[in-house]
Design a binder for this molecule. Structure first.
Ligand code: TXA
Ligand code: MG
Length: 381
């Protein structure tokens, strides 16, 4: 089914779901939409099915997968029989499930294969809210492991076309559910520490502010702190080492270089200062052949940087809006589509202006920092 069709008959949908479920039961992979990004799914409880996810994506085996469930009964089957949900987890599940929140649980080794957890004692689980994702899990009647449906290192897909362009010929069935609403991956939370605090391992669709608000409202006893990885704590185990020696670790990277631009009045950490004039000259001279250089620029609608840059001659500008600065959820929704759209438009380089690191902006900047090879602090001359 294509998202271009005005309406898809329910019969067509149930047939597509039945075919996809059969495919999964035959231990094959299926690409399906979720509210965050498209997922590359396979039966989570079958090691050989799950291993196809790693080979299709070229994913390092030390990076564990998220298991997706469609009901609380299905969640139960994955947990150790005597495991009790904490008050914090109950509050978070009540508010954010189904949705863009992934929680770590102790892994029931009798049920969840080691390949899913990459040998960790925990397993990451979420209940997606997208109706197609929920229906697929329910029809297959089995939990599905699903990372984002991209080649390892590339931006995550938020449209079926992104998957087609990236994984062409590598995966059989792609269920097209139109563009994903959230646009960045789920927030990964570890609430298993003895101190009772909530550790955000990966910021995502559910914001830290929302998590704090829910814990404050719902908890009767001590209110846990919400700690953000790299901001409030560090965890060596989740800071992946480069898997290929000599290669810079890449993540969320299109095929062309990405540069992160700051325009704050004081210099941020680890940025190279440059004046706008010297930056533009460097862009023009980075092109070795006779062709005019094509630059993709991603920024919010209110960005001042655009006024300074786009009038420069000798550059063909391609602008991709990240929406209004007042709506960080729009930037999250548009980020991966922007990177993939500009890459496909054949630009030589993509520039992204920083967004404010609050609400969904935290997840956006987390992805942008990983995608960017270089960070530059631009000053007006
Ligand atoms: O929104 C999403 O989460 C999407 C959709 C498809 O559901 N999935 C997704 O999966 O983003 P993936 O594989 O691209 O990212 C999974 C993240 C990784 O950062 C991984 O390290 C972390 O979750 N993770 C999974 N299991 C973990 C575990 N047991 N302990 C710590 N981190 C874990
Ligand atoms: Mg991913």
């Amino acid at each position: 089914a294509s998202s271009d069709l005005p309406s898809i008959s329910s019969q067509e949908t149930s047939q597509a779901l039945a075919t996809a479920a059969l495919h999964l039961q035959n231990l094959e992979t299926v690409v399906f939409p979720t509210e965050t990004v498209y997922g590359l799914g396979a039966l989570a409880l079958d090691a050989s099915a799950a291993s196809k996810i790693f080979s299709t994506k070229g994913r390092p085996p030390d990076n564990p997968l998220i298991v997706h469930v469609s009901s609380f009964a299905m969640l139960r089957t994955l947990l150790p029989p005597d495991y009790m949900l904490s008050e914090a987890y109950q509050a978070l599940m009540k508010h954010f499930w189904p949705g863009a929140l992934t929680l770590l649980f102790p892994r029931n080794a009798d049920v969840v294969p080691t390949i899913i957890s990459a040998n960790q004692p925990t397993v990451a689980i979420r209940m997606p809210s997208h109706p197609v994702a929920r229906a697929l899990i329910a029809v297959a009647n089995a939990p599905l492991a699903a990372p984002s449906a991209n080649t390892s290192g590339k931006p995550s897909p938020t449209r079926a076309e992104h998957v087609q362009q990236d994984l062409e010929g590598k995966t059989g069935i792609i269920l097209d559910g139109g563009p994903c609403g959230v646009g960045v991956e789920s927030t990964v939370v570890d609430g298993l520490h003895e101190d009772g605090n909530i550790r955000v391992l990966r910021p995502g669709g559910v914001t830290v502010e929302e998590i704090e608000r829910v814990l404050e409202k719902e908890m009767t006893g001590h209110i846990p702190k919400v700690l953000v990885h790299r901001r409030d704590f560090r965890d060596e185990a989740i800071e992946h080492a480069p898997t290929t020696p000599g290669m810079k670790y890449r993540h969320y990277s299109p095929s062309v270089p990405v540069t992160l631009l700051f325009t704050s009045s004081s210099p941020p950490e680890n940025t190279r200062p440059m004046t706008i004039t010297s930056f533009i000259n460097a862009l023009i001279h980075s092109k070795l052949d006779e062709d005019q250089c094509k630059i993709g620029m991603m920024a919010t609608d209110e960005s001042k940087i655009w006024d300074h840059l786009h009038t420069a001659s000798g550059i063909e500008w391609h602008r991709y809006s990240l929406g209004s600065v007042t709506e960080p959820a729009a930037a999250a929704h548009l980020l991966f589509d922007g990177l993939l759209t500009l890459d496909r438009a054949g630009v030589d380089q993509i520039l992204i202006e920083e967004v404010h690191e609050s609400r969904e902006g935290l997840a956006v900047m987390n992805r942008v920092r990983k995608a960017a090879g270089e960070s530059i602090w631009l000053t007006i001359d």
